[in-house]
Structures are given as structure tokens and as C-alpha cells.
Write a protein that binds this ligand. Structure first.
Ligand code: NAP
Length: 281
């Protein structure tokens, strides 16, 4: 019988996951289909109950349900529980188990660029949901420090205090982070600033950036944000958000099927959905 996979979110029309996963199911000759469902908060409980009742094999969860889904599941793995957010659910013998592949997806994308978190002094810009997944994942990788700069300082402090994997981080304002920028080996931009259509904006001044640093922006629309553009001009190595997106999807696909898929195929597929643009970083 054909297996059912899904993504639940609100809105959901923009999601690139259905085309990406359906292409993989077809490529690996797996008899399955992946469908997007727009589900609002009031209907989330019923939607999850329905997917369980009809035996869906797994699903993704996206904004705004990544935290609210947790009490509706039968279990959540340790990393997702500590982050407090689930983006991937697997039906394991009738039990719905939640995972978070966003942070591990970012890390795998970083490693694919020949970089890592171990022994690095890291700055995360932003303290929202994506920053939380990335911070908790990187904190387990033996970095020297992972400092967090955010517009709302209290949110950055809260994130650091919530993390069970070591307390070697400072919460900074965006201005202070900009002044101290040369200290960091790896800088990860996770705010919404610079995302289409507000592409001229960027969260902090890169005047003090060292050209030895690696700079990531998890935004992928545009492929090169103003932040990445300025970092590239300063001579730093740069990486956009395509890798995080593709690797979080690859890790979800692996949890569902046992196959770690061809990420280059996935990347090409996503780039095509973004308008046929070529990889720029
Ligand atoms: P979120 O939870 O809403 O967090 C937003 C962050 O941006 C917060 O730190 C917020 O600061 C900051 N921010 C928003 N507007 C700001 C402004 N005008 N000035 C300064 N800071 C501002 O969002 P999220 O879910 O973490 O997503 C963040 C970005 O990551 C989005 O662009 C999303 O598309 C991208 N993303 C990419 C991937 C991927 O796979 N590549 C995955 C997930 C998310 P405050 O705390 O002060 O409000």
C-alpha cells in the first residue's frame, strides 16, 4: 500500500518540501506520496490524530506548530525535547515520535563545507526558533564558545540558560557583537532580516569582520543576502541557507526510509523551485 507523508503548517503553500520529497520517493522507487496540509492551531490536535488514525508513515511540522505539536505526540527524542521543537515525526509501530533535524541539518551542511563547530568561537545572530535548534546542536560539538547576539537581549539570555549542554556562552546586543566581530571563527545569521522582499536590510555591521571567518546566513531567499554579500566582499567564506534546508530534509528522509538521499539532487531541485538560480555560495 502507498505510504503517506505530509507537512503541516500555516501558511504552507510556499513549502518546497513536497516537490523535494516526492522526487526522492520516485528516484528511490519508494511507493509513497508527500502532501502539504494547511492546518491552523485550533485544528492541529485533530490533524495529528487523523494522521495517526490513517497510519501516515511520517510527517514534517513547520511554522507555527513546531513547539505546539510536542504534547500531541507519543514521544520526543532528547535533542528535540531540549530544543522544545519538532520538525520531523516518524510513525514507529503506531507511535508518533518527534525529532528535530533543523539543528543537525545545519551542522551537516557546515561539515559538507569542510567546516565544523569543534574548537571554534561561534557567534549566532538571532535567538528565535531556528537559532535555538542550531545553538543546542552546536553546543554539543565542543566549541570554545557559542555567543548569541539578539535585538531582544533577554531572549538570548533565556536561550543560553535553557541549554543543558554547557554554559560557556554570552548574550550580546547586536551593537556589541558588531564591535567584537573579529573574535569569531564562525558567524551564523539566523534572524529574518534580509529575507525577501526586504533584501537591503542586514542585522549588524560587518566592518570588523575578519577575512579568516566563515559566515553563514540560514536565509535562502535571496540566495545571497546583503549580510552574505558584505561578508564575501570582506573576504570571508560564506554559506547560504540552502544547505541547512536540504540537510534537514535529508535527515528526515533517512529517518522515514533508512536511506540517506542524494543531497546534490535535492539541492538542484530546491534551486529550481527558487527560480532556476545557480548556487552562488
Ligand atoms: P523567529 O523564531 O521568528 O525568530 C526571528 C529572529 O529574528 C529573532 O531573533 C528576532 O529578534 C529577529 N528579528 C526579527 N525582526 C528583527 C528586526 N527588525 N531587527 C532585529 N532582529 C529581528 O524565526 P525563525 O523560525 O527562527 O526563522 C528565522 C529565519 O531563519 C527565517 O528567515 C527563516 O526563513 C530562516 N530559516 C531557515 C531554515 C533553513 O532550513 N535554511 C530553517 C528555519 C528557518 P527578537 O527576539 O528581538 O524578536
Amino acid at each position: 500500500m502507498k505510504k503517506l507523508f505530509a507537512v503541516l503548517g500555516d501558511p504552507i503553500g510556499h513549502s518546497m518540501s513536497p516537490i523535494m520529497h516526492n522526487d526522492l520517493f520516485s528516484f528511490y522507487q519508494i511507493d509513497a506520496h508527500y502532501l502539504p496540509f494547511q492546518v491552523n492551531g485550533a485544528n492541529l490536535h485533530d490533524a495529528v490524530k487523523g494522521l495517526k488514525a490513517i497510519g501516515a508513515a511520517g510527517f514534517n511540522v513547520t511554522v507555527p506548530h513546531k513547539s505546539k505539536i510536542i504534547p500531541l505526540l507519543d514521544g520526543v527524542d532528547e535533542l528535540a525535547a531540549s530544543i522544545g521543537a519538532v520538525n520531523t515525526v516518524v510513525n514507529e509501530g503506531g507511535k508518533l515520535i518527534g525529532y528535530n533535524t533543523d539543528g543537525p541539518g545545519f551542522l551537516k551542511g557546515l561539515q559538507a563545507y569542510g567546516s565544523s563547530a569543534a574548537g571554534q568561537k561561534i557567534l549566532v545572530v538571532g535567538a528565535g526558533g531556528a537559532a535555538r535548534a542550531i545553538y543546542f546542536t552546536l553546543a554539543k560539538e565542543n566549541p570554545i564558545a557559542v555567543d548569541i547576539a539578539n535585538r531582544t537581549l533577554a531572549t538570548a539570555s533565556e536561550l543560553i540558560n535553557d541549554c543543558p549542554y554547557g554554559n560557556f556562552s554570552k548574550a550580546l546586543t547586536l551593537d556589541v557583537a558588531g564591535i567584537n566581530l573579529a573574535e569569531y571563527d564562525l558567524i551564523i545569521q539566523t534572524t529574518t532580516i534580509g529575507m525577501s522582499p526586504n533584501t537591503a536590510e542586514q542585522p549588524l555591521n560587518l566592518n570588523n569582520l575578519s577575512q579568516q571567518s566563515m559566515v553563514c546566513d540560514i536565509i535562502y531567499n535571496p540566495l545571497e543576502t546583503q549580510f552574505l554579500h558584505d561578508a564575501r566582499i570582506k573576504g570571508a567564506r560564506i554559506q547560504n541557507g540552502i544547505d541547512m534546508f536540504v540537510y534537514q530534509g535529508a535527515l528526515a528522509f533517512e529517518k522515514w526510509t533508512g536511506i540517506f538521499p542524494d543531497v546534490e539532487r535535492m539541492r538542484e531541485n530546491v534551486l529550481q523551485q527558487l527560480g532556476g538560480k545557480k548556487k552562488t555560495c
